[in-house]
Ligand binder design. Structure first.
Ligand code: SF4
Length: 125
């Protein structure tokens, strides 16, 4: 009597070339599918991160610093895509991509897609 975990003699036989081709195709199809789904998930994750960047936290700012945001009507999302903080002469880029930047006039975290009424187009250097 052979153990129940041992393969049957018919299972040890070499698969036909057609079966190998079918199996290889299935494996490649599954690998391709996982790559596409995984890539889409990562891309969505990155987009989600960019969408959710929030530069409205004013904790730690003095009342005078907070007033610079209010007086200049800072908003985290520009109403005019052609006029965003990232294209402003007064914008200070963040240390790393995906983080809030700063501003030489408006205090606190500044969203690259933010805007205030002091917007000054960046002068090409
Ligand atoms: S001045 Fe206004 S528009 Fe320009 S970077 Fe500062 S907050 Fe943004």
């Amino acid at each position: 009597m052979r153990p129940s975990t041992a393969p049957a003699p018919s299972e040890l036989a070499s698969p036909s070339p057609a079966a190998i081709t079918r199996r290889a195709a299935l494996r490649q199809g599954v690998a391709f599918g996982l790559t596409v789904v995984g890539g889409a998930a990562l891309a969505a994750c990155g987009k989600e991160k960019a969408k959710t960047l929030d530069c409205t936290d004013t904790v730690g700012l003095s009342p005078a610093q907070t007033a610079t945001r209010q007086t200049n009507e800072y908003v985290d999302r520009t109403p005019d895509p052609a006029k965003a903080c990232s294209g402003c002469q007064l914008y200070k880029a963040p240390a790393a991509e995906g983080q809030c930047g700063g501003c030489t006039v408006v205090a606190g975290p500044i969203h690259p897609q933010g805007y205030c009424k002091l917007y000054t187009p960046r002068v090409p250097t």
